[in-house]
Structure formats: C-alpha cells, structure tokens
Ligand binder design. Structure first.
Ligand code: ADP
Ligand code: MG
Length: 262
C-alpha cells in the first residue's frame, strides 16, 4: 500500500485550514505527522479518509483515486482511528470489534466463522479477549483505545490512519498501542502528539505548521533542537539514545535553559 497526496487544500468555510499539502507514505512505512495544536493534522487526516472532502488536490492509494472510491471500498483499504472513540449505543466489546468486518460483508450478511475468528484474533492481539462480553461504554479510556485498535485489526485494511491514538493514555498503554500497530507490519500515517514517541516509532516525519508542511525527513533530521524551537517555541536538548539508537529529546524549562547560557 502506498499513499500519495498531491496539493491538497481544504477550508472550513472561508478559512483555509490546510494549504497545498503534498506527502507520500511508502509501502510498510510508519510515517508521523507532528505540529502544534491547531496546525491542521486532524483536518488533513479527515480529508484523506474522506470524513471531509478536499477543495483541491489528489489522494491516491496504490494507483487508485481515494476521492472517487465508495465508502465500502475505502473501508477495505483504509482503517482509521480518530481521537474520539465514543459510540452512540451501548455495544459489547466484541460487537464493536466485529463492526470492523462490515466492509467485507454484504448488507445483513451474518458473521461467518472467519469473521468470528478475526474478531477474536484481534481482541487477543490487544489483550482484550477476556473482556469480549463487557459493555464498551464501561471501559476505561485505555481499554477503549485498545478495542478500537482491535476493530481496525479485524478490518484487515492494509493502510492505517491514526489521529493521536494515544492521547489521554498512560505510558504503558501508549507504548502498547504503538507496539500493537508496529507488529501488524502495515503502512501507517499517524498524527503523534509526543515527540519522543514519534522519534521511537516513525520511519519518517512530516511537520505541519499553520496548515502547511514546513519540514519532513527522518526523526534525526526533523527533531533537532533548532527545528523544535522553531516549531513549538521551546528549548530542548537531543541525543541519540545508546540503547534505542533513536533521537531522545529532553525539554529544558526556562530556568534551566537560562543556566546553560551563562
Ligand atoms: P490539529 O489536529 O493539528 O490540532 P485541527 O485540524 O483540529 O488541528 O484544526 C486546524 C484548524 O481548523 C484549527 O484552527 C481549528 O480551530 C480549525 N477547525 C477544526 N475543526 C473545525 C470545524 N469543524 N469547523 C471550523 N474550524 C475547525
Ligand atoms: Mg488533532
């Protein structure tokens, strides 16, 4: 699965929110999207998975124009995990995950053995099989997020779009979510809030600022103290961590930064 976005633009009413965005995600890559709050990350991802319709531009997935696919075909190709994971009715965990199978089925077709197998397999993959019969609404935020990840696993799409999938999760769940996704070995485009997480998991990173892509490259290229100061206005120090081999960022509070300047 390869995604290519060309010159995508979108406005909410009069306000141009993403501007002339071009990016690509190669087969098997884990690509991160970072940038300050309000820079347009969610808007861009929604335009790619058709929750919004771009005003201009192209989105092509393995040679097929996403913008002209019907929703069922799109759901076979792209799994999406948004920031809000509330459901309108009280479903069980198992039912939520089984919904991932819908794009593979005809209207009103009941779940076959393979659907049941995939639902269970997905729940096991995220360590939630023991909660299959629980009410989804009764789960904690971290548990809900794991169920939603299980749903996209059951969906068996080859491309995954994630919008800050670990927001509000404690560190162990944050790591689990990214580890689960990594283990799937599929192609991923994910908005990521935490720069150290982005450094740990991304092959490449795009930086969005005020609706435009201002930088892109490997985490080492993008996550430098100069760039981070420019993008977020905060001082930091970076090292290549001896164990992970990845960039590790330490943010410097004003007082400490001032001391380093003496
Ligand atoms: P990010 O995900 O990077 O925090 P968003 O894509 O959510 O940024 O928002 C980008 C900009 O678009 C912000 O200025 C935000 O206020 C605005 N925006 C987001 N959603 C809507 C909406 N439904 N209607 C109007 N403006 C919106
Ligand atoms: Mg967002």
């Amino acid at each position: 699965m390869q995604l290519k976005i060309d010159n995508m633009t979108f406005s909410y009413g009069e306000k141009e929110t993403i501007k002339d965005i071009s990016l690509h995600v190669n087969e098997g890559e884990f690509v991160g999207l970072i940038g300050p709050n309000g820079s347009g990350k969610s808007t861009l991802l929604k335009n790619i998975c058709r929750a919004l319709t771009p005003d201009a531009g192209m989105a092509v997935l393995d040679g097929e124009n996403i913008l002209s696919m019907n929703h069922k075909r799109l759901a076979l190709k792209i799994g999406a995990v948004g920031q809000e994971n509330e459901v309108p009715f009280d479903f069980t965990v198992e039912e939520i995950v089984a919904m991932g199978r819908t794009p593979h089925k005809k209207l009103f077709e009941i779940d076959n053995e393979y659907d049941k197998y995939m639902t269970n397999h997905a729940l096991e993959h995220v360590g939630m099989a023991h909660m299959a019969k629980r009410s989804y609404r009764s789960l904690s935020g971290g548990e809900k997020q794991r169920v939603v990840i299980a749903r996209v696993i059951a969906q068996e799409s080859e491309f995954l779009i994630l919008d800050e999938p670990t927001n509000h999760l404690d560190i162990s769940y944050q790591m689990q979510v990214f580890d689960f996704v990594k283990r799937l070995q599929i192609t991923v485009l994910s908005a990521i809030h935490d720069l150290n997480m982005a450094a740990l998991y991304c092959d490449r990173i795009y930086v969005l600022k005020a609706g435009k892509i201002v930088l892109h490259g490997t985490p080492e290229e993008v996550l430098t103290p100069e760039n981070i100061l420019d993008i977020y206005g905060v001082h930091c120090d970076t090292i290549v961590h001896p164990i992970t081999g990845k960039v590790s960022i330490t943010f410097l509070p004003e007082g400490i930064y001032a001391q380093t300047k003496r």
